[in-house]
Design a protein around this ligand. Structure first.
Ligand code: DGL
Length: 264
């Protein structure tokens, strides 16, 4: 089985893309709704949470794990790799970096909008600026997360905040913007209407799903053993609101299950 996890249900944006490319493949998803958001927490705590989620999915029988959380992808991968050296592990940053590197940008100027922990990790600066000579403008936009969770995609308050958060990117005249938080792709329309069509939007969820499919093509042994059938969706805390928005974001009927794992 392919396992995916996130700090909450935002990672369903990655599930949605993966299901589009691999219909019929059974997925196991874990959303840590009891401890979300991760974006304002320390690297140490985020790494520990990432490890616990990976352990949960491996114990459920997943042979491949996708870290569908930008924050864990930014700071938690070394701990997971160390604990599970044999496990094929995907993150949402590497594919987004590859997607940016392939863009024909004249000035190589890229914006990254993410959580505080992701921006603080300087991961995009390291991967894009140091290796590929890009100029990276990275800013946190934490207030967008609760707005998206309330379903406020199109409200005047949301538009005002989006305008506020996009200002530094517009001022810096970035040529592309990475939506480096699971929730931001749900605001793509508002973002594009503010930025204009000339600025390319990179959605790590789409880039990651494509990277997983590509990897499976190169590993037919694993691909042929992947379970087909229905997917399971586990959360560490379950409420009616979570159930409702999870379905909305995924665009299909699902039943969330309360995961039995002990949280510290
Ligand atoms: N899922 C998180 C991410 O992509 C955003 C929400 C949070 O802060 O936990 O980084």
């Amino acid at each position: 089985m392919i396992g995916l996890f996130d700090s909450g249900i935002g990672g369903l944006t990655v599930v949605r893309e993966l299901k589009r490319l691999l219909p019929g493949v059974a997925l196991a998803y874990f959303g840590d709704t009891a401890r979300t958001p991760y974006g304002n927490k320390s690297a140490e705590v985020i790494s520990r949470y990432g490890l616990e989620a990976t352990k949960f999915l491996v114990e459920k029988g997943c042979q491949l794990v996708v870290v569908a959380c930008n924050t864990v992808s930014a700071v938690g991968l070394p701990a997971i790799r160390q604990a599970y050296p044999q496990l094929p592990l995907f993150d949402v940053i590497t594919p987004a970096v590859s997607a940016v590197s392939r863009l024909p940008l004249k000035r190589k100027k890229v914006g990254v909008m993410g959580t505080r922990a992701l921006v603080g990790s300087n991961i995009y600066q390291r991967l894009l600026a140091e290796v590929n000579g890009f100029t990276v403008v990275a800013r946190a936009a934490p207030l967008l997360v609760p707005l998206v969770e309330e379903g406020w995609f199109d409200k005047p308050e949301t538009k005002r905040l989006v305008r506020h958060y996009l200002r530094p990117f517009k001022q810096a005249q970035v040529e592309a913007l990475v939506l480096a938080c699971t929730h931001y792709p749900l605001l793509k329309e508002v973002i594009v209407s503010r930025l204009g069509k000339k600025i390319t939007i990179i959605d790590p969820a789409m880039a990651t799903a494509a990277a997983v499919v590509e990897w499976l093509k190169q590993h037919p042994g694993i691909d042929s053993r992947l379970e087909r059938g229905s997917s399971r969706f586990y959360v560490s805390d379950l409420t009616d609101h979570t159930q409702t928005i999870a379905q909305k974001w995924l665009g299909q009927k699902i039943t969330l299950e309360r995961a039995s794992l002990s949280l510290k």
